[in-house]
Design a protein around this ligand. Structure first.
Ligand SMILES: [Fe+2]
Length: 289
């Protein structure tokens, strides 16, 4: 593992409370962009790249070469801006290989066109458990962390772990497991693998939903999670976690943008093909989710 300590620039999307990151070795060096967000106004169906432009501007200001644009999973709460970032500053779009299962599930839900392939070929690269990759002087290692979805990945870059939707900050807990293909027991086991990393490992969240009185934050450590995560601190058993998670998930509404987000994100952030009038449509399956 690389001993270079990566620099991490966080960017909050306030609308969906998503954290995106630019991770890099040094100014003028190499970078990865993690989980960039495309703004989407559900009321008008209009997209905007204003949020993702902040990441692009940062990459240019720091004179970084983008090697990778990494998705921790096919997000259900926001649309990915990965193609916009790639067009602006380069990089290859990577996700976990189990995205194929997620594509298979939602191809049926949305009755997608025959040409839509469930082979992950919409992405530039599919990562597998224990793969390594490089960002300039930094080494990355891949953890397959299913549970929230079948395809979740956590990216360990130097001492910085990008956990996606496995863990939230200690006072918020863990991600839901009730989406198609999700499973609370599987998530518990994925989390235990992350908590087995060295105590000083920095953990960067994909989301923060701060309780009243606290500002949005993005960073904690393995030690702090083991000591204080309200859902999975040390001593909470698998059975207790599963019971808590399933009970809690039964009370949660679907995320506001799940229907548009999934349709776009399983295409690596591309929109579906335009119809014969040149307009792109996103579908709403009635009584299906
Ligand atoms: Fe998610």
């Amino acid at each position: 593992m690389s001993t270079v300590r990566p620099q991490v620039a966080p960017f909050l999307d306030p609308d969906t409370e998503t954290w995106s990151y630019v991770v890099y070795d040094h100014p003028g060096g190499h970078a990865a962009v993690i989980d960039p967000v495309l703004d989407f106004d559900n009321k008008s169906g209009r997209t905007s790249t204003d949020g993702a432009q902040r990441l692009v501007d940062f990459v240019r200001e720091q004179a970084l070469t983008v090697d990778w644009i990494l998705e921790t999973h096919a997000h259900a709460d926001h649309l990915s801006a990965a193609p916009f970032v790639r067009d602006a500053v380069g990089g290859r779009i990577g996700i976990g290989e189990h995205i194929r299962e997620v594509q298979g599930i939602f191809r049926q839900v949305f009755n997608l066109e025959k040409q839509f392939l469930c082979d992950g070929s919409q992405f530039d690269h599919l990562f597998s458990e224990e793969d390594t990759f490089h960002i300039g002087a930094l080494t990355g290692r891949v953890f397959h962390t299913p549970g929230h979805t079948p395809a979740d990945m956590a990216w360990l870059i130097g001492d910085a772990l990008f956990v996606g939707d496995t863990l939230f900050l200690p006072d918020v807990g863990t991600a839901r497991c009730d989406f198609p293909g999700g499973d609370a027991r599987t998530l518990y086991r994925s989390i235990q693998r992350l908590l087995a990393l060295p105590d000083s490992t920095r953990m960067f969240m994909c989301h923060d939903y701060p309780p009243a009185g606290r500002e949005h934050q993005c960073e904690t450590t393995v030690a702090a999670q083991k000591r204080g995560n309200i859902h999975v601190h040390e001593g909470i058993s698998e059975e207790a976690f599963v019971a808590m998670r399933e009970q809690r998930d039964a009370t949660l509404e679907m995320p506001r943008l799940i229907l548009p987000a999934i349709q776009v994100n399983i295409r690596a952030g591309q929109m579906p093909p335009a119809e014969d009038n040149g307009v792109v449509y996103l579908k709403v399956p009635v009584n299906r989710l």
